[in-house]
Design a protein around this ligand. Sequence first.
Ligand code: ADP
Ligand code: MG
Ligand code: ZN
Length: 310
Amino acid sequence: MNDQCLSCQAVETDLKLTGSYHPRCSRKLFGTARPPKVPFSTPDIAVEAQKMVGRMSISGIQPKLSLIHERKSHQMTVVETGGSYILKPQTERFESLPENENLCMCIASACGIAVPSHGLIPLSDGRLAYLVKRFDRLEDGSKLQQEDFQQLLQTNDKYKGSYEQIANVIRKYSDVPGLDLVELFERALLNYVLGNGDAHLKNFSLIKEENIGYHLSPVYDLVNSRLVLPEEREEMCLSLQGKKNRFSRKDFIKLAKHFELTNKQSANALLRLHDIKPAIENMIAESFLNESLKDRFLEIYRKRMERIFG
Ligand SMILES: Nc1ncnc2c1ncn2[C@@H]1O[C@H](COP(=O)(O)OP(=O)(O)O)[C@@H](O)[C@H]1O
Ligand SMILES: [Mg+2]
Ligand SMILES: [Zn+2]
């Protein structure tokens, strides 16, 4: 019989999977060959998340919980502080958000973008939630310095900003600006083709790591928002070359120029995105979304790829 890994989403004979995870995917996320149990349900989370409002160090709009992996009982446990995972459950408002986010992260990873370990995990009511390992916490519990671009730009509106402004901050504060600007260019492209209309200033951060210094943090909060909000007004919520809609290849080329990428760097990024299309289409088709959401996701993705590549 076939089964599918809840982390990398590859389809396998179930002999290769334990608890619907590849042992290696489970080890990467949990440090154990088999994924832990989650002893609470989707409705429990709404109650717990409400209690945590204002107390947790991770903010954001969607309900979420901070968790640790309790090795002794091999269970995930909710904690107020010092969590090393973030769990985002199913929500009433947006259909299949966990499946959507896990798919987008798998796609980002396939595109060579830095992603934290992530996966889907069944709660006690059998529904899947999205789980991601915190990249700002080290194994010994210490915390890395992290600053999002709303803080860095000192603005109070996370939707008022542009990719050019993010690039300017990178030039000013990053210890590896050249690498970060290439990565930012790739992320702008990816946010566009994935229909992510919610990549605002708080969804980009700089993080300080011992050996590297400040650099663009791994990607987070990557979802196809167009899929759940078809009436969304803008294609991108941060502007790019002064626009939030009707993008073409030209706009991205101009953006790359503003970032001072070489022609070769921008051409390579575009070529990679072009060449990976069949693999991404396959990932969408084999994702955990239902058939109608898969079809719409594919449609959004193809339309936007067409805008760039014709
Ligand atoms: N893997 C992660 N590691 C560390 N911090 C994270 C991670 N994912 C998200 N965060 C932090 O938590 C905040 C909320 O998470 P996010 O995924 O953006 O949720 P929301 O959908 O509610 O905006 C983010 O703005 C970021 O600061
Ligand atoms: Mg967010
Ligand atoms: Zn896997």
